[in-house]
Write a protein that binds this ligand. Structure first.
Ligand code: ADP
Ligand code: MG
Length: 695
């Protein structure tokens, strides 16, 4: 696949000395391939030559003609020089003037053919082109910088766009007429894609009848072909890894019999929804297979994923296997532990909680229980991976709110067991394109329904000035026995101020506004046991309003809470707002979400908040969020498994990713990987896409 010429270091290209090569390298361009796969970021139509007689002042124009005369003029201002050249075509002639570029006298000599492109000006000296771009051309030749649809490149360090353009032209001229093509011919035919060689040429130097609009939208066949190629190579790696891992075998394969079914039925506090039942079935089917499960369970906030995971855990434990259940925050881990311990209280299984703040002695005993296998289900935070924890017989790993974990953490817990089954759960609906990148190797189950009796949350967007109205709403709800959250942003860099406003608000509400209700403050800087106490009291209904930072963002489940007020909502991202809103609407009463903003707000903020008010559908919100923020930021602080791409764009080129995914899976499962593609996946894939292990 690697063509010799493509892998040539740019340094060996004619015209590139060691200095320029160093500049190029700094810009990430080392080989000819690097250069050719850095596509222009825009194109300009300089193809249409105008007859000189038709030129009008105030426009940009391209003309082709002969230099009739040329003269360097020295002006009265000392050292100020103007180079004038008159260019003529069949229709007429026009003067071109360049300021302080005396060296042009050596280049633009009379009788040479030239293409000129620039601004047409009119002043007391008459009609002329001022400081235009120029290019000498052969009798019939197209230019490189003018006289065609011209490519523009992002500036790479000291490499000017003109230099890069020349270099690309030069490299393309030397590229052999046939170069190996990564994409099999039958695939190209199916997808309507041209050859690699032709695509490289046309993506940099499009034919003059190409559509500039299409080019600038990256939609021409040549561009699509190169983007497809990149996505395909990316997906091939995933498909292959998936194939390889499907050949691993786990040491213990759970079975399911009537006794286990009865045990499951006994712990169920309610009837599962059809979506939950389907998810349980898919997960348990996976667990009974000899290969380890790699499954992602998606379900909007409040869909009821926890019980699904618990049923899977029960199957593992009934088979004598241990289960690790990891949550991203101590609050959430504590909540899961409480619920699970309660549901399993009449079973023979021992459930433990292990977090960073578990006291040393207790931790010590716990480690021993885990190692001996006397602890069956361990709920915890990332302490489960950081600490020196050895499992006796780890059969299932559940990772809740998995988008909050770094990929490294996910991988390291997995490696603690001998090929355990892995169930990832997320309430952040993942737009399809990202799912195809980050989770390409996973099977996916979706819960699309909600437990019965839920009423959709009513969301309103309100300016700070209407705060009184919000207090009235809060009062109404509290009087009806409900509870409320008031959330403050905690922004990096201004934590102190933010925390102060949260604290002051809690005081103000308690003393001035709601003296007869109990109000408490919760934030990440509090001691773990203090956090626990507050959370506990709120869940038990002893605290009526919880003023909190975003520590309650994910997972927290207090069905009696029916109001979510978000202060400075303009500072939050869409997905985060959706998660926060998901804390209410968990009971059977109508719930409210109030997005309070402080003016002035940006257009972006307005769009975000209005999108929130317009829909409760997590999927719609996720797609919108992806568009507004781009894939890099979508997952927030998470250490992302997104690939480094050189031609494609995950948002713009969703459809191409989809097609590449299908073709890659097809190739790997139908014919398997051989030859160059196999070598690519084994030797280059990781490096090219800059990925870290994905759970
Ligand atoms: P999430 O998917 O956001 O993690 P949870 O698992 O926390 O959701 O469930 C949300 C709430 O819905 C919990 O209070 C849970 O007990 C309840 N719940 C889950 N499934 C059902 C069901 N089938 N019927 C009634 N309530 C349910
Ligand atoms: Mg949850």
């Amino acid at each position: 696949m690697k063509d010799d010429f493509l892998s040539t270091p740019l340094q060996f290209l004619k015209g590139v000395g060691p200095r320029k090569a160093a500049d190029l390298k700094r810009a990430g361009l080392v080989s000819v391939e690097d250069l050719l796969y850095r596509l222009p970021f825009r194109y300009e139509d300089r193809a249409r030559m105008q007859p000189i007689a038709s030129l009008r002042a105030g426009n940009k124009a391209a003309v082709i003609g002969e230099i009739k005369s040329a003269r360097l003029a020295i002006t009265r201002r000392r050292g100020f020089k103007i180079f004038n050249a008159v260019v003529g075509d069949a229709s007429g002639a026009i003067r071109c003037a360049w300021m302080n570029q005396a060296f042009l006298a050596d280049i633009l000599q009379p009788h040479l053919r030239v293409i000129i492109f620039g601004d047409v000006k009119l002043d007391s000296t008459g009609l002329h082109l001022l400081n235009p771009e120029y290019e000498l051309v052969a009798e019939d030749g197209l230019g490189v910088h003018t006289g065609r649809i011209v490519p523009f490149y992002e500036k790479s360090g000291s490499v000017t766009p003109n230099m890069q353009r020349k270099l690309v032209r030069f490299a393309l001229d030397q590229l052999p007429p046939e170069i190996p093509d990564v994409l099999p011919a039958d695939l190209r035919e199916r997808q309507g894609l041209g050859t690699r060689r032709a695509a490289l040429e046309a993506a940099h130097f499009p034919p003059n009848d190409a559509s500039v609009r299409e080019l600038n939208a990256f939609r021409t066949p040549a561009q699509r072909r190169l983007i497809f190629e990149e996505f395909f190579l990316f997906q091939i790696g995933h498909a292959w890894r998936r194939q390889v891992s499907s050949m691993e075998l786990k040491p213990f394969v759970p079975t399911v019999d009537d006794r286990i079914r009865a045990a499951a039925a006994a712990i169920l506090p309610f009837k599962l929804t059809p979506g939950q039942r389907q998810a349980v079935k898919e997960i348990v089917d996976d667990m009974r297979r000899p290969q380890p499960m790699h499954r992602l369970l998606q379900g909007d906030v409040g869909a009821g994923k926890t019980i699904v995971a618990l049923l899977a855990a029960l199957v593992a434990m009934e088979n004598g296997l241990q289960v690790a259940f990891m949550a991203p925050t101590e609050i959430l881990a504590g909540q899961h532990f409480g619920n699970i311990a309660r549901l399993l209280s009449r079973s023979r299984f021992r459930v433990d909680l292990l977090t960073g703040s578990t006291p040393g002695l207790q931790k010590h005993t716990l480690h021993a229980h885990i190692e001996r296998g006397t602890s069956n289900l361990i709920v915890g935070t990332h302490a489960l991976v950081q600490e020196n924890v050895n499992f006796h017989r780890l059969g299932l790993v559940v990772i809740d709110e998995q988008h909050r974990f770094g990929v490294a953490q996910r991988a390291s817990l997995r490696s603690k067991g001998l090929q355990p089954d892995v169930l990832l759960m997320t309430a952040t609906p993942i737009p399809r394109t990202l799912a195809l990148t980050d989770y390409s190797e996973l099977d996916v189950s979706k819960i699309t329904d909600l437990p019965p009796g839920r009423t959709p949350v009513r969301t309103v967007v309100r300016p700070e000035s209407r705060r009184d109205e919000i207090y009235q709403l809060l009062r109404d709800q509290l009087d009806q026995g409900r509870q409320a959250y008031i959330i403050y942003p905690l922004v990096e860099g201004s934590e102190k101020v933010d925390l102060k406003s949260a604290t002051e608000m809690a005081d103000h509400l308690q003393t001035d506004i709601f003296p007869s209700y109990r109000i408490a403050l919760l934030h990440g800087r509090m001691k773990p046991d203090a956090k626990e106490r507050v959370m506990h009291a709120f869940a038990a209904g002893q605290i009526h309003i919880l003023v909190s930072t975003t520590v309650v963002e994910v997972g927290v489940d207090v069905p009696n809470a029916s109001v979510m007020v978000i202060e400075h909502a303009e500072r939050f991202g869409l997905s985060q707002l959706h998660q926060l809103r998901g804390r209410v609407g968990r009971g059977s009463w109508e719930s409210h979400c109030v997005l309070l903003y402080q003016s002035p707000w940006t257009d972006d903020a307005r769009e975000r908040l209005n999108a929130m008010a317009a829909t409760n559908d997590g999927f719609v919100i996720a797609e919108r969020d992806l568009e507004l923020r781009g894939p890099g930021d979508f997952f927030g602080t998470r250490q992302s498994g997104l690939p480094q791409l050189r031609t494609g764009d995950l948002v713009r080129d969703r459809d191409i990713m989809e097609a590449a995914y299908g073709e890659a899976r097809r190739l790997v499962t139908e014919t398997g990987l051989t030859g160059d593609l196999l070598r690519f996946v084994e030797e280059q894939w990781q490096q090219q896409f800059g990925l870290i292990e994905v759970g």
